[in-house]
Design a protein around this ligand. Structure first.
Ligand code: PMP
Length: 351
């Protein structure tokens, strides 16, 4: 007997990546950043007067939106803050998709998308990525009838990006809202922020969780035309960004140079790891994110377990079209060197 709505009782819900307790593992499983956030964040934390917490925070997180608007070269009325970008995705479904309404999303991609659809009671329209995990040319046609289309660019867990012209084509041809989840865009060669000036139906979302080294803070940003932002603003919780997060996120965004330096190191490590994994006989997809997606020369489930026993936690995937893969978050230079040494031992044993 369940007291939940039938829609909820039927679904399994989302399982977040493991955050291990106890034994110290080198975490390469949830795409966190191995380097600390900007020193300006530590400074803002140290000087935050605890007494201020007796009051409610600024409802619209104005200082965060203003800092982000300046960085992105847009108006602050074009930005909405979320409690992480997951919160923004929930707001998207609730704003744009009625119960029973169509919701399109790329597949394989971030596994939260179909879960949010189930929670909302939306009709799911998965759009299969092509054989190279690219957005198909005819995506708009495949998504016909949907009110909202979400894709991740770069994609997760595959790590590849899509040609921007295809995203633009989708924005032009699709009758609903096109949401480009750019959680990993700071690690990529380009981004879709310039589409904001061209299409009234596009939303680009960002997060401080990856490139800004602030997964524990929970701050996401949605950028779009002021009209779309105003609709989403009706749906979000009034105080969805707490006061401390507003102060620290503002400091982080104002010092984006620190983020870019961490990104530079991670991109260099990514290219190095890719080369080494290829040389060890892995299939590695081209990555524009802070992780790589690889099919090892031995069964991935076995490799996952062997890595864990040796102190490295990666993510194992065994889903349709992406079975037998591991996803490895790019860690520090030292952790990557140690990781490669263990992989060499695992992949060459018995050869
Ligand atoms: N989008 C994608 C594609 C992701 O991989 C993640 C991280 N799990 C998120 C959004 C959510 O990130 P956050 O809620 O930490 O901003």
């Amino acid at each position: 007997m369940s007291y939940a709505r039938p829609t909820i009782a039927r679904i399994a819900g989302y399982t977040p990546g493991e955050q291990p307790k106890g034994r110290r593992l080198i975490k390469l499983n949830t795409n966190e950043n191995p380097y600390p956030p900007s020193p300006m964040v530590a400074d803002a934390l140290q000087h935050f007067p605890a007494e201020r917490l007796k009051l409610y925070p600024v409802p619209g997180a104005d200082s965060v939106r203003e800092a982000a608007a300046e960085l992105f070269g847009i108006d602050s009325r074009q930005i909405l803050c979320g409690n992480g970008s997951d919160d923004l995705l929930t707001i998207a479904l609730r704003t744009f998709v009625d119960q029973g309404g169509g919701f399109a999303y790329t597949e394989p991609s971030y596994s939260l998308y179909p879960v949010l659809a189930d929670i909302q009671g939306a009709r799911k329209i998965p759009v299969a990525l092509d054989e190279n995990f690219m957005l198909p040319e005819n995506a708009a046609e495949l998504a016909a009838g949907a009110a909202l289309f979400i894709m991740a660019r770069p994609n997760a867990p595959t790590g590849n990006s899509f040609p921007k012209a295809r995203v633009a084509k989708l924005c032009r041809e699709f009758a609903g809202v096109v949401w480009v989840d750019e959680a990993y865009a700071d690690f990529a060669n380009d981004n879709c922020l310039d589409l904001l000036g061209q299409f009234p139906n596009v939303v680009v979302s960002r997060t401080l969780s990856k490139s800004y080294s602030l997964a524990g803070l929970r701050l996401g940003l949605a950028c779009a035309a002021p009209e779309l932002i105003a609709e989403m603003d009706k749906v979000r919780d009034s105080y969805n960004i707490d006061m401390l997060t507003q102060a620290l996120a503002t400091a982080a965004i104002k010092d984006s140079a620190a983020m870019r330096e961490n990104v530079r190191r991670i991109r260099a490590s990514r290219e190095k790891l890719c080369g080494e994994m290829l040389a060890m006989g892995c299939d590695v997809l081209p990555s524009e994110a802070n992780f790589i997606f690889a099919k090892p020369p031995r069964p991935a489930a076995e490799v996952f377990q062997a890595l864990r026993e040796r102190g490295f936690l990666v993510r194992y995937f065994n889903l349709p079209r992406i079975s037998d893969y591991i996803r490895i978050t790019i860690g520090s230079e030292e952790d990557m060197a140690a990781f490669c040494a263990v992989c060499r031992e695992l992949f060459t044993a018995g050869k």
